[in-house]
Design a binder for this molecule. Sequence first.
Ligand code: IPE
Ligand code: IPE
Ligand code: MG
Length: 246
Amino acid sequence: MLFKKKKNVHKLDMQRIPQHIGIIMDGNGRWAKKHNLPRTMGHKKGAEVLEKIVEYCNDIGVKAITAYAFSTENWKRPKEEVDALMDLLYEYLLQAEEKFSGKNVVLKIIGDREPLRDDIKEAMLHAEEITKNNTGIILNMAVNYGGRREIEYAVKKVIEDVKNGKSDTDDINEEYLSDKMYTYGLPELDLIIRPSGELRLSNFMLWQAAYAEFWFSEINWPDFTPKHMEQAIIDFQSRNRRLGGV
Ligand code: IPE
Ligand code: IPE
Ligand code: MG
């Protein structure tokens, strides 16, 4: 008698979709180099990939994606690359209406906006405004974002509250601090994805990462497809998240 070996093919469990996924969109430069293209082309391709991934995640019921687009450390790059990234961001924001409205995406932007160009700041406000009544997935774009900067601001806000008599030192606890983070109101961060082979956080979601699961891959972000996202979620679902329990 022939026994067929049961294939270990796991499928997505639609009842256990992660609610909030963080993506460190890394490897754009290496992708471009591999294809003999300028680094900027890698960033451009990366932006297109994000759209497809957001659409896929919206379809399967993910509530929020935080996408790391520019870190507080990325200003160290050559001026031409920073300028190109800012131009790309600006274009992206201008197209937000046509890009996201039909797909029911709510665009939010986190990070320190202060040093950004005025036209970018305006476009950010506009893009948030025109997508705020959508009811689908939240795309939380992290621009000039740093986890340490975020904590710094949260602490400052807490001190303001105490100074103004809005709260007392005894009121300050984890929950209070969480409410001062950029991610206020979003679901808990369940999963952090970092492509490109680097095994670090690079200042991403330090506070929120406390109990997130990690998924790393060698693939560069511009080559990332919904299939990879599906695999990441299947792996996530196979893990035993004890959250400190037994
Ligand atoms: C990520 O890709 C995009 C940003 C940090 C803005 P990189 O530009 O870091 O790509 P690599 O790491 O050099 O390949
Ligand atoms: C992290 O990638 C920042 C973003 C993806 C926006 P980097 O390429 O800047 O990180 P490092 O330098 O490899 O740590
Ligand atoms: Mg990088």
